[in-house]
Design a protein around this ligand. Structure first.
Ligand SMILES: Cc1ncc(COP(=O)(O)O)c(C=O)c1O
Length: 381
């Protein structure tokens, strides 16, 4: 007879604080559930306090915040944008939707972030911007990247989908460029199912950002009483989330410290319990440089090759534990090859084959995490 099956441990289980429903009910009772109501404003304040961003606009997703950034930069046909290949499609779709062309640059083998040492060589007279991704919420080398961008007069956008609560030299990520984007997808530290935000750190961009988010109209100015009617003034789309979602998100943001503490407990237990095993077996763990404060977003392992990574995932699956790989290189995808046929990103190809993420969520209890750790350690390669 088989031993009784234990509950499976998922890679992620969206965490709720218990306060979400109450705040959503308040939004309903207040009779305002479309966008930019009381809870949107509260979420803006809370996000402003966490990130120190000059202005915050909630959006329907990080994907949409990235699209807004590309519109704000007036990217268009003939423009080139430097971007890592090791990212989610949304970072690059935002560029391609404007008719601009991505130039894929490889990542560093330690932090898995855009390799700033390769950026200068990828700049041409058509380069308009660099979109960086802070993988796992560990900062890119923003000092170097911002310096290169300033030298060449090109813009920087931070895709900070993983990075709420992270710092670089003590300063929050999302404030190292005029525009940065956050995700509140259910896999992220702070979540409302689907959601995002655009952080605007250049006051000159804010009025247009509001217009783009309101379907290309100046409705935000109308609601503030700054114009007596609103009209169509620019391109835009419906990037504004319902106040119901903002209420859910507000409950999460009000518990930000607790959520982060829970995630850090899980992350640190993995780091402590797996470091000896990892070094014995030549397995890589996340690299967090001294100048980076990480947000405990992901905990990953780097196996020695694709075959062992796949066997590792199966090994955990057999023990009821879900471990998952991550980005599939975009430069090698069908569309990526058509858009940037000369792209060469060997580190991205290698890391993508070897990386696996372990379950990490605020409600992962110690006994379940101990099961994951035991299962990991029992993998012999
Ligand atoms: C780096 C990065 N950017 C953007 C996104 C898209 O986020 P969203 O699902 O909020 O659109 C993701 C999704 O996980 C991501 O990993």
């Amino acid at each position: 007879m088989h031993a009784p099956e234990r509950d499976p441990i998922p890679f992620n289980r969206p965490f709720t604080t218990g306060a979400e429903f109450e705040l959503m009910q308040q939004a309903i009772a207040a009779g305002h559930i479309s966008g930019d109501g009381r809870f949107t404003k509260r979420a803006h304040e809370l996000l402003g306090a966490i990130t120190g961003a000059e202005d915050v606009l909630l959006t329907t997703s990080c994907t949409h915040a990235l699209e807004m950034a590309a519109i704000l930069l007036d990217l268009g046909p003939g423009d080139e944008v430097i971007v890592p290949s090791f990212t989610f499609v949304s970072t690059v779709n935002a560029i391609v939707l404007r008719g601009a062309t991505p130039r894929f640059v490889d990542i560093r083998p330690d932090t898995l972030n855009l390799d700033e040492r390769l950026v200068e060589a990828a700049i041409t007279d058509r380069t308009r911007a660099i979109f960086v991704v802070h993988y796992a919420g560990v900062a890119c080398e923003m000092d170097a990247i911002d310096k290169i961008a300033a030298t060449h007069g090109i813009a920087v956008v931070e895709d900070a989908a993983h990075a709420l609560g992270a710092t670089y030299h003590g300063k929050p990520l999302g404030t190292f460029a005029p525009l940065a984007t956050l995700s509140f997808h259910e896999t992220k530290n702070i979540q409302c199912g689907e959601g995002g935000a655009l952080l605007v750190n250049d006051a000159a961009l804010m009025e247009r950002a509001e217009i783009i988010r309101e379907k290309g109209t100046n409705r935000s100015r109308f609601f503030r009483g700054q114009v007596d009617r609103y009209t169509w003034v620019d391109i835009g789309s419906s990037y504004l989330p319902s106040d119901l979602l903002a209420a859910f998100l507000t409950a999460q943001l009000e518990h930000f410290d607790d959520i982060q503490a829970r995630r850090h407990r899980v992350w640190s237990a993995y780091a402590t319990e797996l470091s000896g095993w990892a070094s014995e077996h030549g397995i890589g763990l996340p690299t967090v440089p001294a100048e980076c404060g990480h947000p405990a977003h992901l905990f990953y392992l780097l196996l020695d090759c694709l075959d062992s990574r796949q066997r590792f995932i199966a090994h955990l699956r057999d023990r009821g534990i879900q471990a998952v790989f991550h980005y599939v290189p975009l430069h090698g995808s069908d569309l990526g090859r058509r858009l940037d046929p000369a792209a060469h990103c060997p580190v991205t190809d290698d890391i993508s084959d070897r990386l696996v993420r372990l379950p990490l969520f605020p409600g992962l209890v110690e006994a379940d995490q101990a099961r994951v750790i035991d299962a990991v350690r029992s993998f012999s390669g």
